[in-house]
Write a protein that binds this ligand. Structure first.
Ligand SMILES: [Zn+2]
Length: 169
């Protein structure tokens, strides 16, 4: 299920995945005209713009990842740049990055945790504090063979219990 940016061939493939796997307000594509939700671009771009090839990828250095798309014509082609802007408030269940483990963790913004592990600002950290990941891709659906981290589940249940009315007072 998990896809890397480099695997996408066209802009529409990327937008469709992000529209499917991200909640509204989780990610925007920023260009010179402003910030756009993937769903909105799917509606507003022309079919030619949507089928534009992904020709460039520029990530790292603490800056938002930038993608370049290209519409090719017979005599000329035109490029368009987007920056991927991920909400700093995202949270959800996800696979830990680069591990053979079949346990998924619940990731929250680093600043939500008291005494977080030593990680960079802007990282997402698991509630169990045993894993962290950069905030730059959807929370992909996970294979049913994965199980939830028990510590994350326990803390997640405590958090959501505190947020909900208790019913009988
Ligand atoms: Zn965990």
């Amino acid at each position: 299920m998990r896809r890397l940016l480099i695997d996408y061939r066209s802009l529409s493939e990327l937008l469709e995945d992000y529209a499917r796997y991200c909640q509204p307000g989780e990610v925007w594509l920023r260009d010179s005209s402003g910030d756009h939700e993937p769903r909105d671009l799917l509606r507003s771009l022309s079919s030619q713009e949507l089928s534009a090839r992904m020709v460039g990828l520029n990530a790292g250095g603490g800056r938002p990842t930038r993608i370049t798309t290209r519409v090719s014509g017979f005599f000329s082609s035109s490029d368009h740049d987007y920056e991927l802007i991920w909400s700093p408030d995202r949270q959800g269940w996800g696979e830990p990055p680069s591990s053979g483990s079949r346990t998924i963790h619940y990731f929250v913004p680093r600043r939500y945790l008291t005494d977080p592990p030593y990680t960079a600002e802007g990282m997402l950290v698991a509630l169990c504090k045993r894993n962290w990941t950069s905030n730059d891709e959807p929370f992909w659906p996970t294979d049913p063979k994965y199980s939830r981290c028990k510590t994350c589940q326990k803390r997640f249940d405590e958090l959501t219990a505190n947020l909900q009315p208790t019913g009988n007072a």
